[in-house]
Design a protein around this ligand. Sequence first.
Ligand SMILES: *Cc1c(COP(=O)(O)O)cnc(C)c1O
Length: 497
Amino acid sequence: MYYNSTRNSGVKVSSAEAITQGISAEGGLFVPESIPTLTLDEIKLIGGMSYADRAAYVFSKYLTDFTEAEIRYCTDNAYSTKNFETESIAELAHLFDGTYMLELWHGPTCAFKDMALQILPYFLTTSAKKINLDKKIVILVATSGDTGKAALEGFKDVEGTSIMVFYPEDGVSSMQKRQMKTQEGSNVGVCAIKGNFDDCQNGVKAIFTDSEVKAALESKGMMFSSANSINWGRLVPQVVYYISAYAELVKDGEIALGDKINIVVPTGNFGNILAAYYAKHMGVPVNKLICASNINNVLTDFINTGVYDRNRQFYATVSPSMDILISSNLERLLYLMTGRDDARIREWFGKLASEGRYEVTDDVKAKLTEEFSAGFCDDVQTKAAIRDIYEKYGYTCDTHTAVAVKVYNDYKAATGDTTKTVIASTASPYKFSAAVLEALEGKVSDIDEYDKVDRIAELSKLDIPAALADLRNKPERFCDVIAKSEQKGYVLGKLGI
Ligand SMILES: *Cc1c(COP(=O)(O)O)cnc(C)c1O
């Protein structure tokens, strides 16, 4: 299996090269040259395996330049009870009739990003070895909250790597901020940016593609790589849990092999839902992929109209990991939907960069509405959804998951579709304790963050994740705040260039 770039189909690299480079030199994203398929029998077979084995099975289709032993080394290290609080790794909770919560937040940082970022450092260091790269890998991350912490946990003290994380100063929850400021490890750095997530991400992208910076790094025996969801090594682990969930439903007798399901994903950068799209096209029987957004509803409008327009007000919401106006992974979807037309992608994403807007062809619009349904909700509706499923089912979910629940309920009411449905539950409710507690109690509480956690424990009867409980006593190590224009200089300074 080789990988092409969305902005130059002529680029052809191995998975080890795609993973170490992160982003293609001309700014495109790496995409496998074809989508490998699984038969229903294979999916059934997967249901009998441990999560690590399921992952290894799927990776063997994409990372064909890895040996079986190399893949096993990665999966066994990442997906064990050393790192995850449940044996099943991705827990499937039966919420109510025909609706299932795919709980992806039992890892070390309590959000679904762990599913990919626990394995990415192993993919990266294994890839670098395979292609005889004798360079120190420098990871730069722009985060809207959860990626940064998950990447820091994944890479901390991993030999041959160092990691630097940028987050929007006022764009993450206080628990997320505390998680990052207290990060441990000798090869880590964290810095706040006076701006929003897109500012952080644009800064990182610009540094990555800056040839001057690249040359300076090279001369010091270093190279950049990315842990953002633009890295293929981030995306492929996410494909696994959708296949795994389907196999699990068959195994549990909830559906028959071959029955279709809907998948609802609370979406920001479009990585998680793109993974569901890949799972579908590999052979998982899917009816609709439902894209749920908060009030930053650029994707809802795009899927419904075919016009992507980022020229709009940016809102900080109670689901901050979805406060995004440029969804990077959409580029991969459009590359596939245009029949791998790199010229079109250059045109559209060029327009996005210059005018902040592009419109896709009628053919792509038709494909979008055939595969996806999209909706959004505001913060009031998000909190109402948390309260509603708590009262009805005794189940407590976080704010991002609640957006998905609300959008799914709207979808069901509008369409009457009774297809069994998996909702991607992307974070522990403890991670967004202020908004979750406000939703549960119906009022703003002025107790401190940690008392809120204790109060949610009383109400939800959920165990407090060990990693969050420990935060209370950790010292803050990283308190830098810089302007977005200072980002490049900051990185070079920290690297001693
Ligand atoms: C990152 C994140 C999302 C959005 O996922 P994308 O892959 O960016 O679409 C949703 N919920 C939570 C809790 C997240 O951390």
